[in-house]
Ligand binder design. Sequence first.
Ligand code: NAP
Length: 213
Amino acid sequence: MPVRPRVIINAAMSVDGKIALSDGKAVRLSNEEDLRRVHRLRAEADAILVGVGTVLMDDPKLTVKAEYAKGRNPLRVVLDSDGKTPENAHVLDGTAPTLIVTSADSTRTFPRAEVLRCGKDEVDLALLLDHLASRGIKTVLVEGGSTVIWSFLRHRLADELKVFISSRVLGGHAAPTLAGGQGVTPLDEAPGLRLDRIERLGDGALLEYTVVR
Ligand SMILES: NC(=O)c1ccc[n+]([C@@H]2O[C@H](COP(=O)([O-])OP(=O)(O)OC[C@H]3O[C@@H](n4cnc5c(N)ncnc54)[C@H](OP(=O)(O)O)[C@@H]3O)[C@@H](O)[C@H]2O)c1
């Protein structure tokens, strides 16, 4: 069995931990320095993964922008149990290969993407990583959103967490935070993080952690 890919979570948040506005709409939290870093990370990764919530809200392209980095586009992976990704979504624009991962029950097909059926109610992340390993993928960049980030941390399937902290406060009870989902009770079930590096990036800060399993 090939070794599971290295999973790097990358996100940008406000000082108060929000990753979007209170209506869920995307807001650009990365500054130019951070965008350059993110696109370099993308260019080094074999796959970029997001949840369908991010596709529906932000409609990201998930490609490497030439103005920030040079390199080929990684495989785009969308966790989408019921196959809700709209046909006009950027991830289905054919500019890079895309894998839509649904649950076993979904029958949806996509003309411009490969479909993998994997898991019962939601996508089984461990099985998915084994599948990605079997096709030679060594690094997966998880770019959100809140629910997916929590899922990888909760299942102890992430290796690194990189968070850019923008010098903004967004507020709002309903605004998604870096990690959503059910959360932990008690505290000792919380995934452990080891702070490896802090770097000032323009008017923001980058924090890099190793996830301690
Ligand atoms: N600032 C940043 O860096 C950044 C980056 C990305 C996104 N965002 C923000 O994040 C928000 C979206 O986050 P979100 O939490 O609503 O959605 P999300 O995390 O992008 O997607 C969550 C959805 O993925 C599907 N899924 C399938 N298998 C899963 C699994 N094993 N674990 C977790 N999810 C699984 C589920 O939908 P189904 O049941 O339908 O499959 C789930 O509801 C948006 O507001 C966006 O702007 C911010």
